[in-house]
Design a binder for this molecule. Sequence first.
Ligand code: PLP
Length: 424
Amino acid sequence: VQRSHVTYFGAGPAPLPTPVLEKAAEVLLNYKDKGIGLCEISHRSPEANDILARTKQALATLLDIPDDYDILFLQSGGSGEFSATVYNLVSIWVEKKRAKIAEEVGDNTDEVLKRLRQVVDEELKLDYLVTGSWSLKASQEASRLIGAKHVNIAADARKANHGKFGKIPSEDQWSLTPRAAGGPALVYFCDNETVDGVEFPSFPRSLEGDDAPLVCADMSSNFISRKVDVSKYAVIFGGAQKNIGNTGIAIVIIRKSLLPPHSTPASPDLLRHLNLSVGPIVLDYPTIAKNNSLYNTLPIFDVWVAGEVMSGLVDSFGAKRIGGQEEVSDEKARLIYEAIERCPDVYRVVPDKSVRSRMNICFRVNGGDADKEKAFLAGAEKKGLLGLKGHRSVGGIRASNYNAVSLNGVKLLVAYLDEFAKSA
Ligand code: PLP
């Protein structure tokens, strides 16, 4: 089957632009006429450094990332960042508290530790907005690492929705840790829930303001698909394998004030003393930042692919930057949702209209009739429309509308949606 005859709507790993893959095939064999391929050269070579710098620059340009943010590359995958955000921000929170107590009680180490233990016990909270499977997993990882009593589920979207994901509770129903009491160590949300097709329409207002908490967002499945006001976030992260590149790296955008010398992490001894776990060094943001993401071997080929994809977008959209991609993404999503809504007797979008994702379009055929959905998928496959099966945990159909899915491919899907509905 020819690549050009297929449109792949899988949720990740996801399609990459064909010209990038063609060039990738070349550089794998021979990078810049050195007679050796890109996976074979040192991650500390000048070539690798150039790739790293170029990729960072492309992302910074695309998203208009302010100067007081750093960009890190890790092999953690998206899931590794569930842990990294906890380790790093808890560590900063603890050290801040320690310093404050030390200021009050002076050099009496025993007294500092006694008070700090009490403060950790009573005040350490991490707020999670659970709006789908991935934020649920992140909150579960936080509980596993630091104990459930420190994890505040500030919102659980299933509660007001018959136990299912598909809505985001209104902000007045959230129970965030009060800022007056020092606030949480972090507030976490998943900007786009890949499995459930739920996307935050905009940045939550209750997380704004001068004394705003440290907001961490998982953008694995909607990274570089719309404008983002980076300055509102402490940490943005995402696995590369959907909109950005191939599987193998995660990208972290972090506020520099959370890194040394502006912030000091708690010492491993102190964390152990407080019965808090010490994170692996490969997830330690200060270590990764200090080493320009080269603390350990970085898969430079993966960074190169991400750089090619993002430089391509910079070139395509010029001054519009990511706003140009946002227009395209919105248009493609609009076409698909309109086609689904044209035939309400046959199709039903799963999530609520106010929060439905532009990236992962989840719907049911004939109310979730297993045979009809099978027939829908089989018919789609015959037309080269692949990867439309919903996540195994929720079933149904999911059309993932990532950046590399072409407008033409979307139009083919729309035509098929109309055709199938007529015959259903
Ligand atoms: N977060 C989101 C939103 C995802 O969609 C995924 C994977 O699909 C992950 C996190 C986990 O990423 P990884 O498989 O790289 O750990």
